[in-house]
Ligand binder design. Structure first.
Ligand SMILES: [Zn+2]
Ligand SMILES: [Zn+2]
Length: 145
């Protein structure tokens, strides 16, 4: 099975019509974890030679996110980022200086934070944990660090 056949299968599995841009964007998100829309646009153009407008990439990303094939994260002060690691309860660590983002496995291994002490009547479907700090590179470059 070719690589793109795998992505085509994922699209069909999510009841999405298989189109060139969808396959290219899905593949770009798999290849570039936590990339923003502009980076994904660039990757689609450079890596796969598919010419798509930024608006088309936005639309595809929204469809993929709605279908659960892609997860959208947006740390405070950051652009929306996309990743292909979905369906687990992993968290993110964000560098305050350079904005680098890395995955952090859930400390507890399941989703304890999804259970609010009091849901106030909301139908809660997501809880987000973001660790903020400085990445090793920025920490090493900091004065006195
Ligand atoms: Zn950094
Ligand atoms: Zn992640």
């Amino acid at each position: 099975m070719s690589v793109s056949a795998g992505f085509e299968r994922m699209l069909r599995g999510a009841s999405l019509r298989v189109t060139g841009p969808r396959v290219a964007v899905l593949r770009a998100v798999h290849d570039h974890a936590h990339a923003d829309t502009e980076s994904i646009c660039g990757a689609v153009r450079e890596d796969f030679g598919v010419v798509v407008s930024q608006q088309a990439v936005y639309d595809v990303l929204r469809a993929l996110t709605d279908a659960g094939l892609v997860r959208r994260i947006q740390p405070a002060g950051s652009l929306a980022r996309y990743e292909a690691r979905v369906g687990d309860n992993h968290h993110h660590v964000v560098c305050r200086s350079c904005g680098a983002i890395s995955d952090v496995d859930c400390a507890a291994g399941y989703a304890p934070c999804l259970t609010a002490a009091d849901d106030l009547g909301y139908e809660i479907d997501e809880a987000e944990v973001v660790y903020w700090g400085h990445c090793p590179r920025c920490a090493a470059a900091a004065p006195g660090g």
